[in-house]
Design a protein. Structure first.
Length: 301
C-alpha cells in the first residue's frame, strides 16, 4: 500500500519547443538517478515519482551503475576498496528507488525500475552506444560538450575554454593535468553508458516518445537538440529540467545557441508550472507500460 504524500509542485523547463510538445503528449517519463548525487534523496525521488505519475502514462527509473569503479580508480581510490565502494553506492540508490516506488500512487502508472547494466545486451542500446563512441572520436562539438559535462558534474570544475582532443585528453590551449585527463577519460566511459537514453529512449524501451527528466540543463543538450547534423536526439526524444518549486533553479550549462554558435528557431527553456491533472488521463494506459518488461522491478528486489 502506498503512503500518502504531500503535493509537491515542480518548475519544469523543456529545453526546446519540440521538447515541450513531446512533454504535452505525456507518453513516457524517464528519471535517471546517479549514485553519487545527494540531490536524489528518498523524499525527492518519491515526489518525482508522484509528479511523473500525474503527467505521464508510463514511468521508468534507471540507476546508473556502470563504470563507477572506473571513475573511483581515476580519482585515486584504493584498488582494494573500489569494488566495495561501487557496490555500496548502487545498493544505496536502489534502496532509495525501492522506497520511492513503494510510495507510488496506486492510481497512476507503476514505475519500471532498471539498472543501466540491464541494457548491455539490448540491441537498440548497443547500436546507440556504438554511435556515441564513434561521435566521441569524430565529432568535435559533441566530444567537447561531453568533456564539459564531465568537468561540471563529475569533477565539479569549470568548463574548459579550449576544444578537446578525445584521444589525448588535452585542450587546444594547453594539456590538462595528467590526473585530470585520466579522470576525464574515465568520465567519458561513465557518461557514454548513460547517453543512449539522452539520444533515443523510445527505441530502447519501446515507447512512442519519451521525456528525459533531470534537475538542470547540461552541456550535452546543445549538440543533441540544437544542431542540424552530427549525432542528434531522436525526433521523439525530449529533455525536461524538473526542479521542486521551493528549490532554486541550479545554474544551467546548456549549450544554448548564444553559447555554442548553434542557430535554431526553437525557444529553449520555456518555464511551465506543473500541478495535478485529472486521473482519467491514465485510463488508456498503453500496453508498453504494463508490468513485465525486461528489467522491470527485477533489479530492485
Amino acid at each position: 500500500m502506498s503512503v500518502p504524500q504531500p503535493a509537491v509542485y515542480f518548475r519544469t523547463r523543456p529545453f526546446t519547443d519540440r521538447c515541450d510538445h513531446i512533454r504535452q503528449r505525456g507518453d513516457h517519463a524517464l528519471i535517471g538517478v546517479s549514485t553519487n548525487n545527494s540531490y536524489f534523496s528518498t523524499e525527492r525521488l518519491t515526489a518525482l515519482v508522484h509528479w511523473a505519475q500525474e503527467h505521464f502514462r508510463a514511468v521508468d527509473i534507471i540507476c546508473a551503475d556502470l563504470h563507477i569503479d572506473t571513475v573511483l580508480a581515476a580519482e585515486g581510490g584504493d584498488p582494494e576498496d573500489i569494488g566495495r565502494r561501487s557496490r555500496r553506492r548502487v545498493t544505496d540508490v536502489r534502496r532509495r528507488i525501492r522506497k520511492a516506488v513503494h510510495a507510488a500512487s496506486p492510481d497512476g502508472p507503476q514505475p519500471g525500475t532498471h539498472l543501466l547494466s540491464d541494457f548491455q545486451h539490448n540491441t537498440a542500446y548497443q547500436r546507440l552506444r556504438a554511435d556515441i563512441d564513434k561521435a566521441l572520436c569524430e565529432d568535435r562539438e559533441f566530444a567537447d560538450a561531453c568533456r564539459d559535462m564531465i568537468r561540471l558534474h563529475l569533477l565539479s570544475r569549470p568548463q574548459a575554454t579550449g576544444g578537446m582532443n578525445p584521444a589525448s585528453g588535452t585542450v587546444d590551449d594547453g594539456p590538462e593535468d595528467a590526473a585530470e585527463a585520466e579522470q576525464v577519460r574515465a568520465g567519458l566511459q561513465y557518461l557514454g553508458s548513460e547517453l543512449p537514453f539522452f539520444v533515443d529512449t523510445p527505441s530502447i524501451l519501446g515507447v512512442p516518445s519519451s521525456v528525459s527528466c533531470y534537475h538542470m540543463f547540461t552541456p550535452i543538450l546543445g549538440p543533441l537538440f540544437l544542431r542540424a547534423d552530427g549525432l542528434r536526439a531522436a525526433d521523439n526524444q525530449a529533455f525536461l529540467a524538473v526542479t521542486p518549486h521551493d528549490v532554486p533553479a541550479p545554474p544551467c550549462h546548456d549549450g544554448r545557441p548564444e553559447n555554442t554558435g548553434f542557430s535554431t528557431p526553437e525557444r529553449p527553456g520555456i518555464s511551465v508550472q506543473d500541478g495535478p491533472v485529472p486521473r482519467d488521463r491514465h485510463a488508456a494506459r498503453p500496453e508498453h507500460a504494463q508490468p513485465g518488461r525486461p528489467g522491470e522491478e527485477r533489479d530492485l528486489k
